[in-house]
Write a protein that binds this ligand. Structure first.
Ligand code: NAP
Length: 369
């Protein structure tokens, strides 16, 4: 029987993928309902305020089994990737509906730190089994758990560089370092991030758009573009940059507000002065947390990378390494002495290595002492 339960939870995890661009800031959740060894309903979380996975799966049972639905649901088993919610917010508590429909067993993968579903269901006489594929479920919603447990988003720093760690040239000469395939992969990272932080150095050098422009995301429309944040203490932006003129939201953090010609929505300008006269990363993280940002991507130059690494805010560094050397005139990806296995005293654990076109992609995790 163990394999059967495992299989249903795996299926619920894969159904949860449907919620990837819908559910944030809520977690992506999938659910499967089974009666006498047969799957009778499947569901996933919709936009905030709409159905959670459990309710979507129950409605799915009604849709497909109509007059038999009630009888089928009674005594059925629910497999759900997150502990069912027990408090009503924008939607009624899922536990209420689960109890009302007579579901008798609930298997969930991981506890929801904001809910108390396990004990509510247990008190109602339902058999509850937590922990099935917990690791996978935690990983799937690592951004949500980071925001709830650590009060800050999960932070991924992307670095496109040469084999000698160069992200650009001190001469200011411009050319793409990595291949088109790698750049497309970066757009996928963006699509999976709620926000992007960059620095004024990058905006002045590259005039980036920081939007998601892969064809595979065309159907999702503007939902897929992350919110963009620029650390620009002295408001050196000129006003004609893409980030300020494409109609999408951009927020600038400066040290002291002053009148500029680009301070109209969707551009926001906020003060976040740090002790050294530059942007305060603590203020930035606080702001992102208030906006329920689960996942943050850093796409910046040497200086912002250095500040985020020194503050120990980076959870994952992703390198796209092109088979070229930039040599003596290179700008290193951080000001701290570094390689692909350590940055100063911070050890990088290699999580995954793959080839993307001619480039090598390394997913690494910093181990802070
Ligand atoms: N290959 C890649 O993956 C990649 C990605 C992005 C950029 N780049 C390259 O990186 C180069 C630009 O590097 P950069 O270091 O000048 O740019 P940056 O790191 O993007 O921006 C640095 C600037 O941000 C401002 N800032 C505000 N608060 C800060 C804080 N807490 N910590 C650090 N900086 C803060 C500072 O200017 P103020 O003091 O005026 O605020 C600082 O000079 C360009 O050549 C660009 O092409 C490469």
């Amino acid at each position: 029987m163990k394999d059967f339960h495992h299989e249903q939870m795996l299926s619920a995890l894969s159904i949860a993928e449907n919620a990837r661009f819908l559910s944030p800031p809520n977690p992506m959740v999938g659910a499967v309902i089974v009666k006498e060894g047969q799957v009778i309903g499947k569901g996933f979380t919709h936009q905030p305020g709409k159905d959670h996975a459990e309710i979507d799966a129950i409605k799915n049972v009604y849709k497909h089994h109509q007059s038999r639905a009630k009888e089928l649901l009674s005594g059925s088993s629910l497999y759900v990737t997150l502990e069912p919610c027990s408090s009503s917010g924008k939607t009624p508590a899922c536990t209420e509906t689960i109890i009302k429909e007579g579901i008798s067993k609930v298997y969930f993968a991981v506890e929801d730190p904001l809910q108390n579903g396990n004990s509510v269901l247990t008190q109602a006489g339902i058999t509850v089994q937590p922990g099935l594929l917990k690791k996978e479920a935690l990983e799937m919603n690592r951004g949500f758990f980071s925001r709830v447990n650590r009060k800050r988003p999960f932070v991924t720093c992307k670095i496109a560089c040469s084999t000698d760690g160069g992200i650009g040239l001190t001469t200011g000469d411009k050319k793409w370092i990595t291949s088109k395939k790698s750049r497309e992969d970066v757009h996928r990272l963006r699509a999976n991030s709620d926000s992007i932080v960059t620095g004024i150095g990058t905006v002045l050098a590259d005039n980036p758009k920081f939007t998601v422009r892969n064809k595979e995301f065309e159907d999702i429309g503007n939902l897929v573009h992350p919110k963009r944040y620029v650390l620009d203490s002295k408001l050196r932006l000129k006003g004609d940059e893409y980030l300020l003129n494409d109609g999408l939201e951009t927020t600038i953090f400066c040290s002291k507000l002053r009148k500029v010609n680009y301070d109209q929505p969707p551009v926001n300008i906020l003060e976040a002065p740090g002790e050294d006269g530059r942007g305060s990363l603590d203020e930035v993280m606080l702001h992102l947390n208030k906006l329920e940002c689960n996942s943050l991507m850093i796409e910046a130059g040497q200086k912002i990378n250095t500040s985020f690494i020194s503050a120990e805010f980076i959870d994952e560094l992703i390198f796209y390494i092109a088979p070229i050397k930039l040599g003596e005139r290179k700008i290193n990806f951080t000001e701290i002495e570094s390689s692909f296995s350590n940055i100063g005293t911070i050890q990088l654990e290699l999580m995954e290595k793959s080839n993307i076109g001619p480039d090598t992609k390394l997913i690494t995790k910093p181990i802070y002492s």
